[in-house]
Write a protein that binds this ligand. Sequence first.
Ligand SMILES: [Zn+2]
Length: 127
Amino acid sequence: MSAGVTSRRRENTRLGKLIIWKCRGCTALLAPLTTFCPSCENGNLEPIDSAGAGMIVSCRVVDRAPDPVCGAPCPSVIAIVELDEGPWVYSWIDGDVPMPLDRPVRVSFRHTQPGERFPIFRPHDPE
Ligand SMILES: [Zn+2]
């Protein structure tokens, strides 16, 4: 079970794209780490590319020591981002807490180890 979660987590960031899931049962769009559809309990999910844009629903600053694995200071603002497609994702915000909170944000990817990276969001003001 945990192996499946790990491979899905990898797949979430393949090619620098944020992958969300579409339920093949009811066509609901689901967050990246979802493994089954909460509406119809269908585990048959199809990966689709998210545009990676959304709004911060909630965020808070977490006190965190530098990551013992990657050695670098890790992002310290954890946030819930509502993607334009609808699903909510837990992620990190690059830099300080954006103000106002409902500013648009866009995904970008931070490399940790070779072949590994995780999605973070940074403020993105439309031009
Ligand atoms: Zn469903």
